[in-house]
Write a protein that binds this ligand. Structure first.
Ligand code: NAD
Length: 409
């Protein structure tokens, strides 16, 4: 099943629960703008996309992914999730996403820079602080955002730092952005653990994916007394039921050693990690990791989606029937875009806000979203999961905005 078909199935479920009109569902089922390009660099061409799914609540907002498997179905799905995520967080944004299909791991830095600049050359007319604002995603970072900003400003002949977020501090970035996704996820995990699992200290956690999102959350949870028993990256994982030495694991990963080659613990595959008997399984890699093929084997009590779309539609149903609570991506990983919003606000106004104030604001927004979603789910606990509850809140806001604009009867 294509990833976007999962989204359409979920929309049908929400339509049945909320009694949405066919007109409303049709509006939520197709992107507002899809731009595609073939980027030519040194005689090679790279397919590229920038998609805005919805902009009723504000300009497009969402990252750019560099990955060999990027395709239109994926970028379209990611842009839909951004629209829903931004709406749930109450941000003045629609949803957008971009991607270039190539492997940055096997590409030299000079070529990555050329691809980044070509991307902006191809899409500059549909980007801008009031049009659509990119940010980092898988295998893109502050350096790539810097090249993109520089190219954009060269083309436009003016400064416009708010056209992209996730920038280094020197170019108008936020000190909070580096670990914002993990920080937001950590706030939600603490709330969820206390409410649902009745504790947090000593809870056993397994983490799939050890990049920006996965590595930082591992560090935060270990520092707070959670027992991180397993972790993995694209090359495999490591397991120690007594708890891993996280400080040493992070140090080893930062030296370029894959997680699975860490010196102590039992080597496991990514598949095995998903099936471990833990309290919390954190998915922080890519889409479609838990499907009908393996959902039955999941033993975790709760799953937290730091990645976008790691559980497909069929797996959601199986996990719900097994009473495994899933904290959905659009809630759990929204810390990244919330801090991107802070960065954008600062860039637009020229004001520099205090980091302690912003940290507190992030905490309040994450806690508020968790409480709203949990309360909505508790209205019909036997019928809907947290994902459906989050979608109901977020989609109703988008539809209300569409109605006020006169786009919907
Ligand atoms: P990243 O590039 O920093 O890290 C990705 C990690 O996943 C790497 O450790 C990689 O080795 C690992 N990985 C890839 N395939 C894997 C597999 N099959 N099994 C296990 N590990 C695998 O990316 P990131 O920024 O941490 O993003 C991870 C996920 O979080 C993505 O779904 C992304 O969309 C989502 N996300 C990230 C942010 C952010 O601010 N970074 C915000 C919201 C959502």
């Amino acid at each position: 099943m294509a990833t976007f078909d999962n989204i359409l199935s979920r929309l049908k479920d929400i339509q049945a629960i909320e009694g949405l009109s066919d007109e409303a569902v049709a509006l939520l089922s197709a992107p507002k703008r899809m731009a595609t390009a073939e980027l030519e660099v040194d005689g090679k061409t790279y397919p590229a996309w920038r998609i805005v799914f919805n902009d009723a609540c504000g300009p497009g907002k969402g990252g750019i992914r560099f990955h060999p498997d990027v395709c239109e179905d994926e970028v379209k799905s990611l842009s839909f999730w951004m629209a829903v995520k931004n709406s749930l967080a109450g941000l003045p944004y629609g949803g957008g996403k971009g991607g270039v299909k190539f492997d940055p791991k096997t590409t030299d830095k000079a070529t990555i820079e050329k691809i980044s600049r070509k991307y902006v050359g191809a899409f500059h007319e549909v980007l801008g602080q009031d049009i659509d604002i990119p940010a980092p995603d898988v295998y893109t970072n502050g350096q790539i955002m810097s090249w993109m900003l520089d190219e954009f400003e060269k083309i436009k002949g003016r400064h416009e730092p708010g056209m992209i977020t996730g920038k280094p501090l020197e170019l108008g970035g936020s000190a909070l952005r580096g670990d914002a996704t993990a920080r937001g996820g950590y706030i939600v995990i603490k709330e969820m653990a206390q409410r649902i699992l009745g504790a947090d200290k000593g809870l056993k956690v397994a983490i799939q994916g050890f990049g920006n999102a996965g590595l930082h959350i591992t560090r935060m949870l270990a520092a707070d007394g959670f027992s991180v028993v397993a972790a993995s990256d694209s090359q495999g994982g490591i397991y120690n039921p007594e708890g891993l030495d996280v400080a040493k694991l992070v140090e080893s990963k930062e030296q370029g050693i894959p997680v699975g080659d860490y010196a102590s613990g039992q080597k496991i595959s990514n598949q095995e990690l998903l099936e471990l008997p833990v309290d919390i399984l954190i998915l922080a890699a890519l889409e479609n990791q838990i499907t009908a093929a393996n959902a039955d084997k999941v033993q975790a009590r709760c799953i937290v989606e730091l990645a976008n779309g790691p559980i497909d539609y069929a797996a959601d149903k199986i996990l719900f029937s097994k009473k495994i609570m899933v904290v959905p991506d659009i809630l759990a990983n929204s810390g990244g875009v919330i801090v991107s919003y802070f960065e954008w606000c600062q860039n637009r106004t020229g004001n520099i806000l205090d980091d302690a104030y912003l940290t507190d604001l992030l905490y309040k927004k994450m806690k508020g979203s968790w409480e709203a979603v949990y309360a909505k789910q508790q209205e019909k606990p036997d019928q809907i999961d947290l994902r459906s509850a989050a979608y109901i809140i977020a989609l109703n806001r988008i539809l209300a905005a569409e109605k006020y604009r006169g786009h919907l009867s």
